[in-house]
Design a binder for this molecule. Structure first.
Ligand code: CTP
Length: 408
């Protein structure tokens, strides 16, 4: 099951930083993704934003008082600690971080964090000198030692007029940390190389031969593997997608550039997953100047690009311990037969066949329906899933193939 916020109780702890106004939007974003958000504010947080802001956005009362009014059914910090599936502290000030590092329980938020068994994600936000102070650094180490996830702040201009690290990170990076906190870390210690997107083969300085691949499937593979603890290198052809937080993204343009990048970064990888729609051909020559309307070429001669995956498959035959190879097959007919043929011909361990004519799957779609074929002859038809869910199912298969290759 892909990690998601649907049905999750998320406790958002807001502390006294000017960045508190930004996390009001995060409470809304979590709610839109199906989470039930309970907000706990420290006294200092209330100086920057009002409880009413968060109450209106979450639809729930905001908690700030350790000593609940008489008649409360249970002790608030224990009830909130127990009910939470996930705790997010954002923004987390140096004071709150020091309080948590020392295991204090002298305000409602600190008491909840001490009492909860849920994963804790901390987003520090503070002046850069405070952030760089060794006291703060050693507090971070202690929090990491308790198993809390720390989201690295961004560097830039600060509200106080200084410039440096300490700014609250963007929601996308925080969202990834939260989803990672909800995911099994079954791919930790593994490095994967994923390729994504189309390639663009230039014809002249402005034109190219390309294809309709959006890159979404490869990016979903990179995000989901990273969430499950893997170290991921994403080699991406031209796309409009942002680099997934925490994933080393190498942007390339042509099939030849992708080929070089793959060979350069192969060392130490447990598996290579080639979701990229690599162009099989390139214009035989690329004009230095723009080809003018007045002089159209009578024909466009093409040259074949090397098949990157087939090359890896040949290397694998000669090198024991070579990474697991996973290909994709973009097909419009004879899916099973073509998938099996490519699995054999390219010497792959697993292939995911896509129907490129389906409107709800494959190129450009948000969803995908994959047929997974492996060397044992097993064919697994996945239902229509979001690309992230499909990616998670593919990683499940990679994990089990890696486990069985360790045993054999
Ligand atoms: N692939 C590659 N290098 C190429 C072409 C394809 O590495 N020059 C990889 C793709 O990334 C994919 C797999 O090979 O994982 C299959 O790609 P696909 O386009 O389905 O098949 P082709 O081998 O190109 O065959 P055809 O176009 O004839 O279907």
């Amino acid at each position: 099951m892909a990690a998601s916020f649907a049905g999750k109780n998320v406790l958002l702890g807001v502390t006294g930083s000017i960045a508190a106004y930004k996390t009001a939007d995060w409470a809304r974003a979590l709610g839109r993704e199906g989470a039930s958000v309970r907000v706990v504010m420290t006294g200092a947080a209330g100086r920057f934003v009002t409880p009413l802001t968060f109450a209106a956005l979450t639809g729930h009362e905001v908690h700030a008082d350790m000593f609940a009014p008489a008649g409360a059914e249970t002790i608030p910090h224990i009830r909130l600690a127990r009910e939470s599936d996930l705790v997010l502290i954002a923004p987390a000030t140096a004071t709150t971080i020091a309080r948590l590092a020392n295991g204090l329980a002298d305000d409602l938020l600190a008491a909840i964090v001490l009492a909860t068994r849920a994963p804790v994600v901390v987003c520090p936000a503070m002046n850069c000198a405070m952030y760089q102070h060794p006291a703060t650094g050693s507090n971070f180490s202690r929090l990491a030692g308790y198993g809390y996830r720390l989201v690295t702040p961004e560097a830039g201009a600060m509200a106080c007029g200084e410039e440096g690290p300490g700014r609250l990170p963007e929601w996308d990076a925080v969202r990834e940390s939260l989803l990672a906190a909800l995911s099994p870390q079954d791919l930790a210690g593994r490095r994967f190389l994923v390729t994504a997107g189309p390639t663009h083969e230039p014809l002249d300085p402005v034109r190219y031969l390309g294809n309709r691949s959006s890159g979404r499937m490869g990016y979903a593979l990179a995000r989901t593997a990273h969430r499950r603890g893997a170290d991921v290198i994403l080699i991406s052809g031209p796309t409009h997608l942002p680099s997934p937080p925490g994933v080393e993204t190498i942007r390339v343009r042509t099939a030849a550039e992708m080929h070089r990048a793959v060979l350069d970064r192969l060392g130490g990888t447990a598996a290579v997953v080639k979701a990229a729609a690599v162009s099989d051909f390139r214009p035989a020559s690329c004009a230095d100047q723009k080809i003018k309307k007045s002089g159209p070429p009578a024909a466009l001669p093409l040259a074949a690009n090397e098949d990157i995956l087939a090359g890896l498959g040949r290397m694998k035959k000669e090198r024991p311990g070579f990474p697991l190879l996973v290909g994709f097959a973009a097909e419009s007919r004879n899916h099973l037969a073509e998938g099996r043929r490519k699995l054999e011909a390219k010497n792959l361990d697993l292939i995911a066949v896509n129907d490129i004519l389906a409107t709800d799957a494959g190129f450009g779609a948000e969803t995908n329906r994959l047929l997974l074929l492996d060397r044992s002859g097993r064919a697994e038809e996945l239902p229509l899933l979001s690309k992230e869910e499909a990616a998670d199912r593919l990683w499940d298969r990679v994990a089990s193939l890696l486990a069985s290759s360790c045993q054999s």
